[in-house]
Design a binder for this molecule. Structure first.
Ligand code: NAP
Length: 379
């Protein structure tokens, strides 16, 4: 059976374009009778090209503010952003619309009537939500989803007592404009030292001074990020919640426990979230307190068996440098986990170090949503 009418909002943004790319690659549109594409800015213009084998003739773009048109959809997938969700979702529901709402924005993630979707990790939670008549299925925060994919085997075995996470997050988490700005900053840094680099006898301190001056210059393109990110890092992501915690750090425990369907027996998860000069892969270093002290090999097997995308990288120099990096993982669905090692800390043992990398536009944003559409199709 096909899904009947599915509306897409935000399909040409950064997350939306990756969603389209993946849906075309996986022939997901063949499961939909009538896909309809909405826009906040280009109503009446031609819709996207879904490729020759989609079998669809796409009508012109529809105004994303047209509640009547939205209410005719059986499901709506929004990658448009939180403001759109805020302005639209409650109004549609208050008119009695009872279709499925799938969303990349954070607005509805912690709402009691929503499920955070990451089916390789929480298919049972999703099924319970569907059986209970839930209609709002929301993609998780990118960093949280990537952590859950990486540590799926340990979380779902009930082995984790607590986790601390140090993150190294990509510019794409701040949107397309921040990605462009990072590349522009890299260019400005290089240009400042280009002439000096051609002279092999030139002191490295001269090169360093030129680059540092460029990064501190008022001319550095920094309108989006507000600060130099190339050749530097930013130790704060998202809003300041007070008491020394950022909203990105708060999401770690809140969303992870909701993904796992934990009520009242939450796993403590603490983090320090850092933006680094990487385009679209988030990396994370974990310290995990296990409830039982197990051999590292056994832990590695549990991690690797958990889902089809996670793999364990031997904790040795060469494979770590070759496979456990943003350069290696970008634009793939791979979730490598490495640097697995018992830590010699005081106390009862069972402290594990791990490091993981994942593409935050794929498992961190688009992939859980397109897979949720498939689950709806089966449902
Ligand atoms: P985005 O790239 O800024 O796109 C949002 C909308 O901007 C588009 O759908 C499009 O809407 C409009 N737009 C205006 N000019 C555009 C242009 N030149 N090219 C493309 N689109 C243009 O937003 P996003 O980063 O994908 O984020 C969407 C939502 O996903 C947000 O709520 C975000 O928090 C969430 N999310 C993001 C990430 C991430 O990694 N960035 C991860 C997880 C979740 P119209 O077609 O209607 O004009």
């Amino acid at each position: 059976m096909k899904l009947n009418r599915v509306g897409f909002v935000g399909w040409r943004g950064m997350v939306g374009s990756v969603l389209m790319q993946r849906m075309i690659a996986e022939h997901d549109f063949s499961l939909i009778d009538q896909p309809l594409f909405f826009t906040t800015s280009q109503a009446g213009q031609p819709g996207p090209d879904l490729g020759p084998d989609s079998g669809h003739k796409i009508p012109p773009l529809v105004d994303a503010g047209d509640l009547d048109a939205l209410a005719r959809m059986d499901a709506i997938v929004s990658c448009q952003g939180g403001d759109y969700t805020q302005a639209t979702h409650a109004r549609l529901r208050s008119r009695g619309w009872c279709g499925y709402w799938l969303d990349a924005a954070s607005t509805l993630r912690m709402a009691p009537h929503s499920t955070i979707v990451l089916d390789p990790v929480n298919r049972a939670v999703i099924e319970r939500g569907l059986a209970a008549g839930q209609r709002d299925f929301i993609g998780g925060n990118c960093t949280v989803s990537l952590m859950m994919m990486a540590l799926d085997g340990l979380f779902n075995a009930g082995l984790v007592e607590w986790v601390t996470v140090m993150t190294y997050q990509a510019a794409s988490g701040g949107g397309a404009r921040q990605m462009r700005e990072l590349v522009a900053q890299m260019g400005a840094a290089h240009r400042s030292a280009e002439a000096l680099l051609t002279d092999p006898g030139r002191s490295i301190l001269d090169i360093d001074e030129a680059v540092t001056a460029a990064l501190r210059s008022a001319q550095l393109p920094a309108a989006q990020t507000g600060y130099p990110l190339a050749g530097s890092l930013l130790p704060w992501i998202d809003r300041d919640l007070g008491e020394g915690m950022s909203r990105e750090e708060w999401k770690g425990a809140a969303e992870a426990n909701k993904i796992l369907g934990h009520n009242g027996r939450a796993i403590p998860i603490e983090s320090v979230c850092i933006r680094v000069g990487v385009l679209r892969c988030h990396s994370q270093a974990f310290t995990i307190k296990l409830k039982r002290d197990l051999p590292v090999d056994e832990i590695g097997e549990m991690v690797e068996r958990a889902n089809d995308w996670v793999s364990v990288v031997a904790n040795e120099r060469e494979p770590s440098l070759a496979r456990l990096t943003p350069a290696a993982v970008t634009a793939t669905l791979d979730i490598p986990v490495g640097r697995l090692r018992k830590l010699s800390l005081n106390g009862s043992g069972g402290h594990l170090a791990a490091f993981s990398v994942g593409d935050q536009l794929l498992w961190g944003a688009a992939e859980p949503l397109r897979r949720m559409l498939r689950i709806l199709h089966q449902h």
